[in-house]
Design a protein around this ligand. Structure first.
Ligand code: 1BN
Ligand code: ZN
Length: 348
């Protein structure tokens, strides 16, 4: 892969700030259980939690429809370029700190070169206590799980698998613009997640953007936790703790699912979720504790519900998405960011 930056590398800049702050020198290398049980936090005078902004789930739904209307966002396609421009314009309207990470991959066909772009939008860049939230925005080029074999080489609409996380993170960015988060937040829209053919070469050709990000990140960029959003919009979504996430970041899994329980969110269930290989694996391998919020029963059409058998098919359409599900995920993340995760002033 080759690299070019359209803008100066934001993460490098962030890391310069971070060196002065606590990226390199942070004493905490394990996350706290909760602010209430975090000794460093409880030693400080009480800090009133930041007010939690609202979340516009209808605008999020509309942004899923917008992406599907652009066409499948397959690398090297006009729809992919259009989606990138659209995301970039929204994000640059919300923060001056938007980085485009351009890179290439050979693709599958002889002589092919995939032009790929990761997008990273940062908020509160001087905060040393940071989280990374990520999703993929590319669409799978092959509907190879479609019941009709004639569709196996056709790209998927990717309303849920790509579109939902992208729309939700754009809405977070809009909220952060008007209500700057009390912790550092880096929103990472990664490319080339769904490019692989797992029946041919397992998962070797997946997660291209995150693999690139990890291989090129400054050594001292180490967010406290990464939260991956994948297929988070289904009207009957079932979010259970995913196995690799539990192993990588058990305290953060508890924090997220406990918060969901306290908020009375109906789509979050404790229990044993599936073991899913996803964008979080390269981050975990790079030492970043990571949690995948994923509707795991969609993968492999495990759910017995016939309306939930559209993963990697031409039926991954907005008709399966409910604003009420997007609302739960969006409000949960805002609650964690504004009220649950410790701020610098609580840990320094
Ligand atoms: C998740 C959603 N993934 C792709 N779209 C990753 C994956 C691919 C998981 C193949 C299992 C099999
Ligand atoms: Zn997929």
């Amino acid at each position: 892969m080759t690299l070019s930056f359209r803008r100066p590398s934001l993460l490098s800049g962030l890391l310069l700030v971070g060196i002065i702050g606590s990226y390199a020198g942070c004493k905490r290398d394990k996350p706290p259980a909760t602010p209430a049980t975090n000794p460093a936090a409880s030693a400080q005078p009480a800090i009133s939690p930041a007010p939690v902004p609202g979340f516009d789930a209808n605008r999020t739904f509309a942004d899923i429809v917008k992406q599907v209307d652009m066409g499948p966002r397959v690398p090297n396609s006009a729809a992919h370029a259009r989606a990138l421009k659209w995301m970039d314009s929204i994000l640059t309207g919300c923060t001056p700190n938007v980085e485009l990470q351009h890179f290439t991959d050979p693709g599958y066909s002889p002589g092919e070169t995939l032009n790929l772009t990761n997008v990273i939008a940062s908020f509160n860049p001087n905060a040393t206590w940071r989280i990374l939230i990520l999703t993929h925005y590319d669409s799978r080029p092959w509907a190879d799980e479609d019941p009709n074999p004639k569709n196996h080489s056709t790209p998927i609409p990717a309303a849920n698998d790509g579109g939902s996380g992208t729309a939700l993170m754009l809405e977070l960015a809009r909220q952060f613009k008007n209500h700057p988060p009390p912790i550092g937040v880096d929103l990472f829209f990664d490319d080339g997640e769904d490019y692989g053919k797992y029946k041919v070469d397992n998962l070797d050709r997946y997660f291209l953007g995150v693999k690139y990000f990890v291989a090129n990140k400054p050594a001292n960029y180490n967010p406290q936790v990464a939260i991956l959003l994948d297929m988070i919009g289904d009207s009957n979504a079932d979010f259970e703790p995913e196995t690799n996430s539990v192993q990588s970041a058990p305290q953060w899994v508890n924090e997220i699912w406990n918060t969901a329980k306290e908020m009375g969110l109906s789509h979050f269930r404790t229990g044993n979720g599936a073991d899913i290989e996803d964008d979080h694996l390269p981050l975990i391998h790079a030492g970043i504790p990571s949690v995948d919020i994923i509707d795991g029963d969609l993968v492999g059409h495990v759910s017995p519900d016939p309306n939930r058998k559209y993963w990697h098919t031409l039926d991954d359409l907005p008709k399966h998405i409910a604003p009420s599900t997007l609302d739960e995920v969006g409000r949960l993340l805002l609650q964690l960011i504004y009220q649950r995760f410790p701020r610098d002033s609580q840990i320094l």
